[in-house]
Write a protein that binds this ligand. Structure first.
Ligand SMILES: *Cc1c(COP(=O)(O)O)cnc(C)c1O
Length: 373
């Protein structure tokens, strides 16, 4: 698909054309009234944000750093500010955002002070932790750490009603990560039904992200068509609501690859290992999620050493990196046709929660190269 010389590895390669086509496809599958926002924390690289800007309705940020970065990269795009444990400085900066997602009564009061200080109206979504059953999710978010307990909602409403600078626009939920379309629709329906029972008129419901990415089936995609049809039904039954989603992983995961050269191949205690010039300090996704990162082998035939080239063929191999920790494994016991020292390995599904969640400075290896196609 591309040629990279060994000296330029490890490298990240992003296909922005494919990213744009993917998000245009997502947009087309969704009801026109549904707002599609992008959660920047999945991949905040400026070229990625710029590739998405025309197709999404806004960008959700989760820190003051992301807010500053996204507003500089996309000065005319609407921004929603969320995230746990916001500082006073972040709440002050958040007063410029289109929406602020608030996580507690204390935070709501502090946001009111920031809004008064700036003499600006701030539109708030209360991030709630509704008592809803979530399907078999990879990562549940409703444990209580995030969001406001429903028992605290009356206190929140009271704070908003007494504060001339705060406007309550609605509620925000982000209850699970890694759900398939059927479960996402069921959860969206329960969330909307619940929001409509609240003792105040709720104009907006942000349903969050969490659309699943299957790392064991790299060509599969989240069922956007089924999800869009389900949301069309939900909107038809609740026409007064403005619904919004803010996926991250399912938008950018597919547009990124991480390529590394094979440094060594060896057999140890009966198992085959390939050591890469690279590792989880640059692609932490498999260590964070506990999966095998899908990969392809790009053979390199040139070999100029005077000894036999180390290789494995037709057996499972574990791909490990350059870090001095047994957690530095990118794929474990995965069968390969052949893998030799000097071949390249290209890991797919590396466009979200990949480079930017990695502990890049551990062991002080040089940074990878970045290519945006
Ligand atoms: C992380 C996050 C998202 C995006 O989740 P994905 O699983 O990447 O789709 C959306 N909303 C909130 C509040 C988040 O924390």
């Amino acid at each position: 698909m591309w040629t990279v010389c060994r000296a330029e590895l490890p490298a990240y390669v992003y296909d922005l054309t494919a990213l744009r086509a993917h998000v245009v496809g997502i947009r087309a599958a969704l009801p026109a009234e549904l707002e599609l926002w992008y959660a920047a924390k999945a991949n905040p690289a400026t070229p990625v944000l710029q590739a998405l800007a025309d197709t999404v309705d806004g960008v959700e940020v989760a820190s003051g750093g992301e807010l500053a970065h996204v507003s500089a990269a996309l000065p005319t795009t609407r921004i929603a500010f969320g995230g746990p444990a916001k500082t006073d400085a972040e709440l002050d900066a958040a007063t410029r955002a289109h929406r602020v997602h608030v996580e507690s009564t204390h935070e709501l009061r502090r946001l009111g002070l920031a809004a008064a200080g700036r003499r600006t109206l701030v539109h708030v979504l209360l991030r709630v932790n509704p008592p809803l059953r979530v399907g078999p999710a990879a990562l549940g978010m409703g444990g209580g750490q995030f969001g406001i307990d429903p028992a605290d909602l009356p206190a929140c409403l009271d704070i908003v009603h007494r504060d001339p600078w705060l406007v309550l626009s609605g509620v925000h939920t982000h209850l699970a990560s890694g759900l398939a379309a059927t479960e996402q629709v069921a959860l969206a329906r329960r969330t909307v039904d619940w929001a409509r029972t609240l003792p105040v008129p709720v104009a907006e419901v942000n349903l969050g992200g969490g659309m699943g990415v299957d790392y064991t089936a790299p060509t599969d995609r989240f069922g956007w068509t089924e999800f869009g049809a389900g949301l069309r039904d939900i909107l038809a039954a609740a026409p007064e609501l403005r619904l919004r989603i803010e996926p991250g992983r399912s938008v950018t995961a597919y547009c990124g690859w991480y390529a590394a050269a094979v440094a060594d191949v060896k057999r140890s205690r009966g198992k085959a290992f390939a050591l890469l010039y690279g590792g989880t300090h640059q692609l932490r996704t498999p260590a964070a999620k506990g999966h095998d990162q899908p990969f392809d082998v790009l053979p390199v035939d040139r070999w100029d050493r005077p000894w036999r080239r180390p290789e494995v063929a037709g057996e499972p191999v574990t791909l490990a990196g350059q870090l001095c920790t047994p957690k530095d494994v990118l794929a474990r016991d995965v069968p390969v046709a052949r893998l030799r020292v000097g071949d390249r390995v290209v890991f797919g599904l590396a466009g979200a929660y990949a480079w930017n969640i990695s502990h890049q400075d551990f062991l002080m290896h040089p940074r990878p190269a970045f290519h945006y196609l």
